[in-house]
Write a protein that binds this ligand. Structure first.
Ligand code: 5GP
Ligand code: ZN
Length: 114
C-alpha cells in the first residue's frame, strides 16, 4: 500500500472511479482518459511498481490478473471481437502510474504497437 499512489487511493475508495469488478486480489475500473470504446484498468490490490518489479511470489497473482481481464472482457461483450492487454513499464514504456496494471483495450480495431 502506498499513501499517495493514485491507484491505491482508488482501491481504498478515497478517489472516485467507475468500478466494474472487485475480488480479494484485484479490481477493474474504467480508465479516466479512454483511448478505445472499452478501456479498463486491471489492477492488483497489492502495490507493485510494475511487471518488472514482481517476484516468484507474485506469479499466481499475475496469472489471476490475466484471468480477471478475460472475465471483464466477456462481461463487456468484446471477448468474440478480441482485445488487447498492455502493461507499460518505465519511461520509454509510457508508464505514468507506478502501480502495476493492465490496460484492457477493445471495441475497435487495434493497430500498431506504438
Ligand atoms: P500508464 O501510462 O501508467 O500505463 O497508464 C495509466 C493510466 O491511468 C492512463 O491511461 C490514465 O488515463 C489512467 N489514469 C490516471 N489517473 C487516473 C485516475 O485518477 N482515474 C482513472 N480511472 N484512471 C486514471
Ligand atoms: Zn499503489
Amino acid at each position: 500500500m502506498s499513501e499517495s499512489c493514485i491507484f491505491c487511493r482508488i482501491i481504498r475508495g478515497e478517489l472516485p472511479s467507475t468500478m466494474l469488478y472487485q475480488d480479494q486480489q484485484a479490481v477493474a475500473f474504467k480508465d479516466i482518459a479512454p483511448i478505445a470504446p472499452v478501456h479498463i484498468l486491471i489492477v492488483p490490490r497489492q502495490h507493485l511498481e510494475s511487471a518488472a518489479e514482481t517476484t516468484a511470489e507474485n506469479a499466481l497473482l499475475i496469472g489471476h490478473l490475466i484471468r480477471v481481464a478475460a472475465h471483464v472482457a466477456r462481461e463487456q461483450g468484446i471477448a468474440e471481437s478480441g482485445y488487447r492487454l498492455v502493461t507499460n513499464i518505465g519511461k520509454d514504456g509510457g508508464q505514468e502510474v507506478f502501480h502495476l496494471h493492465w490496460h484492457l483495450l477493445g471495441g475497435r480495431q487495434m493497430r500498431g504497437l506504438g
